[in-house]
Design a protein around this ligand. Structure first.
Ligand SMILES: Nc1ncnc2c1ncn2[C@@H]1O[C@H](COP(=O)(O)OP(=O)(O)OP(=O)(O)O)[C@@H](O)[C@H]1O
Ligand SMILES: [Mg+2]
Length: 259
């Protein structure tokens, strides 16, 4: 089995509108990929096509292939719910269930997938996942308090704990720090470095310093104009993308000479 993510000839549509055109990219397992590019170029759309969240939008579909850890996630008969267990997602705004307890928030993904677990197993999953998300020490004495009683940065780490509780192999994060203060942002970035040992991570960010700090690889998406599809201009080692990219477009964007 080939680990990691192989995307070939991927075209992503909203109805008649081709939003992202012909993406071809290979993402290594246990690496962090940052996706950058101007607003509307299709970063979120592309990210959502990696765990079949895109097709949840009415009329939305994609063509091409996405092979994740050896499995073509768009092959006939593949259950999207199972794909999403394998490929977890964290969103821009922390979205814990506000009235649900911290512990139940961690378990929410498992319960959603109808897995029955014993009380002691549940306790273990809660502790493991919160430790994995670097949140355990801050919340271990108040696991029965509501998710909404946490700070924004803690809520985002709670969402990461919820995502890793189902034991995915891949974590997709769409601007996970954009609603957070610098300290919480650093906490999430440290956490990503930790998680990289076990997970393949793809993160969308508008923060160039963040992309340069946390990722091994960077993908630059761009768009020619409104109504045109976005496309992946270049994908390479982050160091190279920020110091000596192959395409002028990339250089203009990363050096801030864009537009
Ligand atoms: N639900 C939707 N229905 C129809 N079109 C959509 C939908 N979501 C996004 N689009 C369109 O698809 C294109 C890509 O949008 P997308 O949200 O993927 O961009 P993005 O790169 O993530 O932008 P941003 O940096 O602002 O988050 C845009 O033209 C957008 O208007
Ligand atoms: Mg987006």
């Amino acid at each position: 089995m080939q680990e990691g993510i192989q995307v070939s000839n991927l075209n992503i549509y909203y109805g008649d509108f081709l939003a992202v055109e012909n993406v071809n990219v290979g993402i290594e397992p246990r690496s962090i990929t940052a996706l950058i590019g101007p607003s509307g170029c299709g970063k979120s759309t592309f990210l959502r096509s990696l765990n079949r969240m895109h097709e949840v939008i009415p009329g939305a579909y994609s063509k091409g292939s996405v092979i994740i850890d050896g499995e073509d996630i768009y092959a006939e008969g593949v259950d999207p719910v199972r794909v999403r267990e394998h490929v977890g997602m964290v969103f821009q705004r922390p979205n814990p269930f506000p009235t649900m307890s911290i512990a139940d928030n961690v378990l929410a993904g498992l319960k959603l997938n109808n897995r029955k677990i014993s009380k002691s197993d549940a306790e273990q999953v809660v502790e493991e996942s919160l430790r994995g998300a670097n949140l355990w020490d801050e919340v271990k004495d108040r696991l029965d308090r509501p998710g909404s009683s946490l700070s924004g940065g803690q809520q985002q780490r709670l969402c990461i704990a919820r995502a890793i509780a189902v034991k995915p192999n891949v974590l997709l994060m769409d601007e996970p720090c954009s609603a957070l203060d610098p300290i919480s942002t650093l906490a999430i970035e440290d956490l990503m470095q930790e998680l990289q040992k076990d997970y393949t991570i793809v993160i969308v960010t508008h923060n160039m310093q963040q992309a340069a700090r946390v990722s091994n690889k960077t993908g630059f998406f761009n768009i020619e104009g409104t109504g045109k599809p976005g496309h992946l201009v270049e994908y390479d080692d982050t160091e190279k993308m920020f110091s000596n990219p192959s395409k002028k477009e990339t250089e203009d964007y990363v050096s801030g000479r864009f537009g």
